[in-house]
Design a protein around this ligand. Sequence first.
Ligand code: ZN
Ligand code: FE
Length: 255
Amino acid sequence: MAADIRVFTCLSDNFGYLIHDPATGATASVDAPEAGPIIRQLEAAGWTLTDILITHHHHDHVGAVAELKQKYGCRVVAPHDKTTAIADVDLRVGHGDVIKVGELLARVLETPGHTLDHVSYVFDADKAVFAADTLFSVGCGRVFEGTYPMMWDSLLKLRALPDDFRLYCGHEYTASNVKFALTVDGDNEALKARAAEVTRLRAANESTIPSLLGDEKQTNVFLRADDPAVAIKLRMKGATAEQVFGELRERKNKS
Ligand code: ZN
Ligand code: FE
């Protein structure tokens, strides 16, 4: 049976996500940014939390784990500790592991760079990927703990997913990402169309997520660091994908 996926806002710009398995009643929260909005969504739907799938150790992703675990007695799934320990974890996962949320299957991709422990969760049957702070719509996360080549390699893992998969990312950063992307990729028709769509959605106070991975492959310049045309736009003809990616990320940091 198809998963029922709910998208809502936590904190100022984090996304909250609930994935519900109608067959068993199991419900997972991807990360735990803030207890209040997650509990309200669960109660409105009449669901009880069975699992928390943690993507990385940053506080805006794990801050509500203790409170939710206390309230629901749910299982907490998290990546292996690489830099900072995540508390209250029941199951540690790494690349290729498959976990069950009821009868739903989620595959773990290690996607380090933003942090060394960062993982993404792929629900293949539902064509959904939860990439948190690795891949944003029209952007990508800052590289805090890893290296540019490491982050680029993580983006390649996500880019390898099929075009009809939906991207559920960690933050509503799309408008700011579009603004930056237009500075390097302003003649990209798909990007211009996405820019208009994002302006319309944000004006209506609607979420820009999920987006289709196929659209990200066209509009997200960070996913095209190996495209010679992007290197030329940056006056880096002949540079490697890692070098182009690093230049894009540094320009975005300064933007
Ligand atoms: Zn983060
Ligand atoms: Fe975050």
